[in-house]
Structure formats: C-alpha cells, structure tokens
Design a binder for this molecule. Structure first.
Ligand code: HEM
Length: 211
C-alpha cells in the first residue's frame, strides 16, 4: 500500500531522529544538566535557521507545495529573538556564536528559496513538527532546569494548550499528505529532511565542543 508523505517522512527520518536525540548537547539538555550558556547558544543557532526559513516561506506563501502547510502560529524567528533577549540580553545576535553548520544550513535554505522552494516543505516538517512533538517535553525540562517562569525565555516551546498543539500537528500531517507531489518529489522531500537531521546532529556536536 502507498503511504502518504507524512508517513514517508517519519519512516525515512526515524533512525536519524534517534541519532540526533543522542548527539552533542542533546542528552544533557534532556537531562536538564546542560549549562545555561549551552542552551542560549543552541537557541541562538536555531533562531538563525528560522530567520532563514520563515522569510523564504513568506516569499513563497502561495506555492502549491507550501501554502497548505502554512499556520501563522508556527512562526518561531521573532519568538526566539524575544526569548534570547530575555535569556541573554539585547546583544545576543553578536555575542552568542553562530556555528558553521548553522551558517551552512541557512545558506541551504536561501538556496532553496531561489531555486527549489518546494523543498522548504521538508524543512518545515523537520522544525515545526519537531517543535510540536518532542519539543513540548523539552520545553518542560528547560523551564525547570533554567528556572524560567512565565513565558520569558521559553516562549519558543509554547504553541498553546496540549489539545491545540495536537490539533496543529494533525493539521500539519494532513497538509503534508495532501501536497501535490509525485513519488519522486516525495522522495526528494524525504532526502531533504534527512539532510536537515544530519545538520542538526552536526550542530549539536559543534555546540557541545564550543562549551
Ligand atoms: C532530545 C531531543 C528530542 C526528543 C526527546 C524528541 C522526541 C520526540 C518525540 C517523542 C516525538 C513524537 C514521536 C511520535 O509522534 O511518534 C518526536 C517527533 C518528532 N521530532 Fe523529535 N525529539 C527530539 C529532538 C528533535 C530534533 C532535534 C528534531 C529536528 C531536527 C526533531 C524532529 C522531530 C520531528 C520532525 C518529529 C515528527 C515525527 C513524525 O511524526 O513524523 N526532534 N520527537
């Protein structure tokens, strides 16, 4: 039986997801033992990814492979910038290092925005469905570990109450399945998502080495 794109993406990235969970700063972050500086650096680098991804998605808002995935409440670049302001201060962009892998990742997103915008769907999947899934548990650990109260510094993890988060994830999966992509185009999305997971793994390792 033919499975939909959501299922293909999940199966195609499952082993890489597991690998990424164990890479670099991730295990300590999950245990709540990563020094706050490491968390700030991670959020700074993730901000750079969203700051590349979201203008590209905006630019291609009407693209048939992207429009169905659009949920304005998913946008994270501005939310993360506000968190970094609260966590580190207004000079976060210059004071917290941008890792080489995050730069390569941002360049890839800019390249896709010019030459292959449909593949931005894979990047939306990797980030937003991740944020709506494991990101929720991570948010609880992070708030506790760094004593974050209210939304200051942790609004990145906040998409509303659990039932809303579930509904957003379900809508995103349904939209993935409805994208007008043939088998080869679906495979290209899986390949792109796999590349994105690999970059995350490298990024988390670079961050660990930087501390
Ligand atoms: C310690 C870190 C992480 C934990 C504990 C974690 C945990 C989880 C969990 C529990 C799910 C739900 C699986 C399901 O619904 O069957 C999930 C899904 C997902 N995670 Fe993570 N995750 C982590 C890191 C990441 C990272 C870094 C990314 C992105 C690079 C990511 C991307 C995703 C995606 C895209 C999904 C959706 C899978 C699907 O249903 O297709 N996760 N994660």
């Amino acid at each position: 039986m033919d499975s939909g794109l959501a299922q293909r993406l999940r199966e195609g990235t499952r082993s890489l997801h597991r690998q990424t969970e164990g890479a670099g700063v991730m295990p300590a972050l999950l245990r709540g033992t990563l020094p706050a500086a490491g968390f700030h650096r991670m959020q700074r680098n993730l901000q750079a990814l969203y700051a590349a991804l979201e203008p590209a998605l905006q630019q291609w808002a009407e693209h048939p492979a992207l429009a169905p995935l659009r949920q304005p409440a998913l946008a994270r670049a501005a939310v993360l910038a506000a968190d970094l302001n609260a966590l580190h201060g207004p000079d976060w962009a210059s004071a917290l290092p941008l890792m080489p892998t995050a730069q390569v990742y941002a360049e890839r997103l800019q390249h896709l925005a010019r030459d292959a915008p449909a593949l931005l769907a894979a990047h939306s999947y990797v980030r937003y469905l991740g944020d709506l899934s494991g990101g929720q548990a991570l948010g609880r650990v992070v708030r506790q570990a760094y004593g974050l109260v209210g939304s200051a510094g942790s609004s990145f993890f906040d998409f509303g109450p659990p039932e809303q988060v579930k509904a957003m994830a379900a809508q995103f999966r349904a939209a993935l399945d409805a994208l007008p992509l043939d088998a080869a185009q679906q495979q290209a999305q899986v390949d792109e998502a796999r590349w994105a997971f690999g970059q995350h793994e490298r990024l988390f390792e670079e961050l660990a080495a930087s501390l």
